[in-house]
Design a protein around this ligand. Structure first.
Ligand code: ADQ
Ligand code: G3P
Length: 732
């Protein structure tokens, strides 16, 4: 058994379902070959260079312990650590949950999903098995990189036991829209599993969006510029389009052996334009649609008979999963049919191969092909497209790629198709075959500029850089968090002072939010904490809120502390009589109210609150995503109007408030501070409006934000419970 690997700082512990090497038993001998599949081909060529190690399944069930040990030792030489799966685990975890639930769901095939609870049980167990296999090699400083949908629970499994290590996760396939993801009975667990990571990456922006939508819709997590907060830990979600090892494909294409083999292929199919497709056998690759489009081309262009060839290379994949078995039969039938109908002596329109090719042979095919044709119905990235481009060093060619492959977003000089539109696709294929040399070269050169820059090395570096950045941010955040040390410092300056101003926001700071604002009433703990503080004559406790003064008066009117309402418009300092800041106009209200009314009529669940000198549009009860969208539109309209009215528009927590610019919490707080001239100021708030106080108060003030958002406050606490704990501890 391996123990305590010495992974250098430059290295990473990679964990994926499949190792980049697969082992097969051929005539009772073990054969080690490179795995197919995007992740293995992408990272497999260079992970060892920086001292990384890779944990995964070698694709074989050892006959006995002796064989298992032999495999371990052989793999160890390649920096690989095997996780062996039993037949039952392969059925339940790999073929079942991974490839009969997650794969079809992520590729928009809900009807292929087999929601069997036993698949989930196996998935949970095997994810634990992978995490357990990794744990002995993980120190607190180790960088762990988990890959793909088969291991979505592993980040959480590792995080539970290794709190501070860096964990990245990359999802190589699409992430479905929330409507599909929500179908899964285990949706919460899967998301929570991923959120054990510090950085979560996807190939495209669309996937990032879908994932964040699910986090918000399923777990009710709000994101802030692609970052999420879990148990006080900040997590980043970002786009990292994967590249290929460009130099490797380029060099292989220029190799003499490759060129000779490519020439041989050309001679074999002399006078025929070779249209190449290369994929794993998978319904997501649009193989049937491709065959239909090719048939249409043959039908519409009899003059091309004998002049073109579809060279279709398919690598066997997941052949024990129902939908894959069916697909294989359908492809066999369709290819046979097209060849039978259109073929003639000396020419078959389709050359179909169902096997895996060694690298040099694949490279020769790329070199020989006049067109590379990618028809994915949905594909995370599609590396074949990029491999083809890298291989076109001395020969020309055209890439025809589906708009549903992630790679199409980068390769704008390729011919982009909708593979479902089979007639149009066949016409695009015709254009590709007949394209002028000059245009081919132009398009290929621009594509090469992109593929050679955004390589797999670039991808790894970028991902690791972002992982380090987020870890640094987490460390920084930790220092800002009010914990034992910070609390002791606050207490000692509190104890050393004689005139203390304590400014407290109300909603989100002293009490939690409630969908019904009237129900967010003060709790016994709130009264206790504030009463306790007020007992000390050196303290001036002040609640400073956006609420109407009537609200504050009804809850706290009989208390010794002071109240400031409507962001500073009303105050009962110094004699507990309410008074208004003079000179404020309300003439703007009618016009703004009309706009708010229009949005309220269009947005079920939203409401308008009229205060004496402000208007607030609440959307806490509106379906989250819809509410946010409506709020964006409303903000835009209000800002436009505000060019004339010159009001303050506050984008708060599920509320947009419009008020006179002359008053804000910052001005109210500093005015009060100037009047009483305290030697200690504590100010706590959670909202955008509280930022005005954090900015306006003197630097010596202790400012605390509730919830760790971007803030001008010096410190933060997680929630209102922590606020009350802190206040209670000061009162002691
Ligand atoms: N017959 C054959 N012989 C030898 N090699 C063969 C072969 N057929 C295919 N391959 C190789 O297998 C790889 C396939 O990678 P793809 O990106 O095209 O799809 P895949 O679905 O496996 O990858 C998943 O991961 C990748 C990487 O993230 C995403 O691009 C993709 O969308 C996602 O589904 C290529 O490197 C290709 O060269
Ligand atoms: O053959 P599989 O099932 O390991 O799939 C390989 C693909 O790269 C999955 O992303």
């Amino acid at each position: 058994m391996l123990q305590n690997l010495d992974i250098p700082d430059s290295g990473t512990l990679i964990i994926s379902n499949r190792l980049p090497v697969k082992i097969e038993r051929k005539k009772s001998k073990l054969k080690f070959t490179p795995s197919e599949g995007g992740l293995a081909t992408g990272l497999g060529s260079f992970y060892k260079e920086n001292g990384s190690w890779w944990i995964g399944w070698p694709g074989i069930i050892p006959k006995n312990e002796q064989e298992e040990e032999l495999i371990r030792q052989e793999l160890k030489k390649l920096n690989l650590i095997p996780v062996f799966l039993t037949e039952k685990e392969i059925k339940g975890y790999y073929e079942g949950f991974s490839n009969a639930i997650l794969w079809p769901l992520c590729h928009y095939r809900p009807s292929y999903v087999e929601l069997k609870p036993e698949f989930w049980t196996s998935y949970v167990e095997v994810n634990k098995k992978f995490a357990a296999a990794a744990l002995p090699f993980i120190q607190e400083h180790t960088r762990v990189w988990v890959h793909d949908y088969q291991l979505m629970l592993v980040p959480h499994n590792i995080r539970e036991l290794k709190e501070s290590c860096s964990i990245g996760y990359f999802h190589h396939i699409p992430f479905p829209p929330i409507e599909l993801f929500k179908m899964l009975p285990w949706r919460d667990e899967l998301l929570e599993g991923l959120l054990g990571a510090d950085l979560i990456g996807f190939h495209t922006y669309e996937n990032v969006d879908n994932f964040l939508d699910s986090c918000s819709g399923v777990l009710n997590l709000q994101n802030n510029i692609n970052s999420l907060k879990i148990n006080g830990r900040k997590i980043l979600v970002d786009v990292f389009p994967m590249g290929i090892d460009y130099e490797k494909y380029k060099d292989q294409a220029l190799d003499t052996e490759t060129k000779d083999y490519s020439k041989h292929i050309k001679e074999l199919y002399h006078n025929q334009k070779i249209i190449l497709s290369v994929d794993r056998l998978d319904y997501s690759k649009g193989i049937l649609q491709r065959l239909t489009a090719f048939e249409i081309l043959l039908n519409d262009h009899p003059e091309l008979h004998g002049q073109i060839l579809l060279y279709m290379l398919i690598v066997p994949s997941r052949d024990q999963v129902n939908q894959y078995k069916k697909l294989r039969n359908e492809i066999d039938r369709k290819v046979g049919n097209i060849n039978a109908v259109y073929g003639k002596p000396g020419w078959q329109p389709i050359a179909y191969f169902y096997n895996s090719l060694p690298f040099h042979a694949l490279s020769a095919l790329y070199v020989a092909a006049d067109v590379c044709w990618v028809t994915s119905l949905y594909d995370g990235m599609n590396l074949v497209a990029k491999e083809y481009i890298a291989s076109k060093q001395e020969s020309s060619g055209v890439l025809v790629i589906s708009e549903f492959a992630g790679a199409s977003k980068e390769l704008s000089d390729a011919l982009v198709i909708n593979p479902y539109a089979v007639h149009r696709t066949s016409r695009t294929l015709y254009d590709a075959i007949s394209m002028e040399e000059e245009e081919k070269e132009d398009r290929m050169h621009s594509s090469q500029a992109i593929v050679s820059k955004f390589t797999v090395h670039h991808w790894v570096n970028l991902f690791m850089q972002r992982l380090e950045e987020i870890k640094n941010e987490q460390r920084h955040e930790l220092a800002r968090k009010v914990r034992e040390k910070v609390e002791t410092d606050i207490k000692s300056s509190y104890n050393a002072s004689n005139k203390r101003l304590i400014l407290l926001d109300y909603d989100g700071t002293l009490v939690g939010f409630n969908k019904n604002a009237d129900k967010a009433v003060p709790t016994t703990e709130v009264y206790e904490a504030l009463d306790n503080l007020s007992k000390d004559p050196r303290n001036l406790v002040t609640i400073i809120s956006g609420r109407k003064y009537s609200n504050l008066e009804s809850w706290f009117g009989n208390r010794p502390y002071y109240l400031i309402a409507e962001h500073g418009i009303w105050s009962n300092y110094p004699n507990h009589d309410w008074h208004l800041v003079p000179g404020l106009s309300n003439s703007w209200k009618t016009e703004v109210n009309q706009i708010l009314q229009r949005f309220t009529d269009r947005t079920p669940g939203s409401s308008i609150e009229e205060k004496s000198h402000s208007l607030a549009w609440h959307y806490r009860k509106v379906e989250r995503a819809f509410g946010l969208r409506q709020a964006q539109e409303l903000l835009q309209e209000l800002r436009h109007l505000n060019q004339v009215l010159d009001l303050q528009i506050i984008n708060g927590d599920r509320v947009i408030e419009i008020k006179n610019k002359l008053v804000n919490k910052g001005k109210a707080a500093i005015n009060l501070a100037n009047e009483i001239d305290p030697d200690f100021i504590l100010c706590i708030g959670d909202d955008a409006t509280d930022e005005d106080m954090f900015i306006a108060l003197p630097d010596s003030s202790i400012t605390i934000k509730v919830g760790d958002k971007q803030s001008h406050a010096k410190y933060y606490v997680e929630n209102n419970k922590e606020v009350l704990q802190l206040l209670a501890s000061l009162g002691k």
